[in-house]
Design a protein around this ligand. Structure first.
Ligand code: CUA
Length: 341
């Protein structure tokens, strides 16, 4: 990668960076997939257009000034004779005041239109999201307590429905952001902020923490999986089930390792004695796409590495490096976790 960039030269490298952060990025603000993100992206395009025009006009004036330059500096009239005052008053004061005031009005009006406490009707799903250093706890509400369930770092929502997110934090201030679906909203300890989001097309949308919250802020990501309503319902129904007790001897060995070591003190697996509440609920861990808050794919090799040496993969995380297992036990433990679908 590095040598490829060296061959491209600075201009080529810049192009690569622009392409990498550009429209195809899963974080593409300019590829909205929901009504609220759509409005925000309109403002974004408007700003891009406005700033481009400003840049062009300024560039043009600079070129004109450079070409019309005559003589030496000390030949020119001293500054207090009023030369160019009109330019300063109009170009430096009047136009910026009008433009910036207009933008302020536009932004405030758009924010006011975002679905809030009083609009958006009855949400199809209400989800309580609690930010932790550095992962997301996701609780699905239901009027029946027995139908509530908890998961982490992966939020499933039905397409084309209003989904209410009730956002809070367990420690410091974080910010919940899925660029393709909505604007940022702070997660504040002791306060519940409300956000209504809607995905117009099925897909997996990347989200991230958008407020610096400690050393692993950059690795506090999550996914929003939008699926058709019946698919979403099937997913929710599976998530409500407790974990099955494995019959396979390897999985049973893995389960035993989980229950007898520190894992069970920090993590919950519904249907087992593991009731920890420090880390993510792992009842259906095997059904998730990622681990360590969307930092690594949920596959065998990263999972082994995560169990053995979480502190190297995500320094500062509360998960200790569990290096006490022999190879066989480690493989069984990982297989057990992956079997929790
Ligand atoms: Cu949580 Cu940044």
């Amino acid at each position: 990668m590095a040598s490829a960039i060296r061959r491209l030269g600075p201009a080529g490298a810049l192009l690569v960076v622009l392409l990498a952060v550009g429209c195809r990025s899963p974080f593409g603000v300019f590829r909205p997939a929901g009504p609220e993100a759509g409005t925000l992206s309109q403002i974004g395009w408007f700003l891009v257009a406005l700033m481009s025009v400003t840049t062009l006009v300024m560039g043009f004036l600079i070129v004109v000034g450079a070409l019309r330059r005559r003589g030496e500096l000390d030949e020119h009239a001293p500054i207090d004779e009023g030369g160019g005052k009109g330019w300063i008053l109009v170009g430096g004061l009047a136009i910026p005041v009008v433009v910036l005031a207009g933008l302020f009005g536009l932004t405030v009006a758009t924010l006011g239109d975002a679905p809030g406490e009083e609009t958006a009707g009855d949400p199809a799903v209400t989800i309580e999201v609690t930010a932790h250093q550095w992962w997301w706890e996701v609780q699905y509400r239901d009027s029946l307590i027995s139908r509530r369930f908890t998961t982490a770092n992966e939020i499933h929502v039905p397409v084309d429905r209003n989904v209410e997110i009730r956002l809070t934090s367990a420690d410091v201030i974080h910010s919940f952001w899925v660029p393709r679906l909505h604007g940022k909203l702070d997660a504040i300890p002791g306060q519940t902020n409300r956000l209504v989001l809607q995905a117009s097309e099925p897909g997996v949308y990347s989200g991230e923490c958008a407020e610096y919250c400690g050393v692993q802020h950059a690795n506090m990501r999550f996914l929003v999986v939008a699926e058709p309503l019946d698919e979403y319902r099937r997913w929710a129904e599976r998530q409500r089930q407790p974990a099955r007790t494995p019959e396979d001897s390897t999985l049973a060995r893995g389960r035993e390792a989980f229950m007898q070591h520190a894992c069970a003190m920090c993590h919950r697996v519904r249907g087992t004695p593991a009731r920890g509440a420090v880390g993510p609920d792992l009842t259906h861990f095997g059904s998730r796409r990622t681990l360590a808050a969307a930092t690594y794919p949920n596959r065998t090799a990263p999972l082994h590495a995560w169990i053995v040496d979480a502190q190297s993969l995500k320094p500062g995380v509360k998960m200790p490096s569990m290096d006490q297992f022999d190879g066989r036990t480690l493989r069984a433990l990982a297989a057990y976790l992956q079997s929790l679908k």
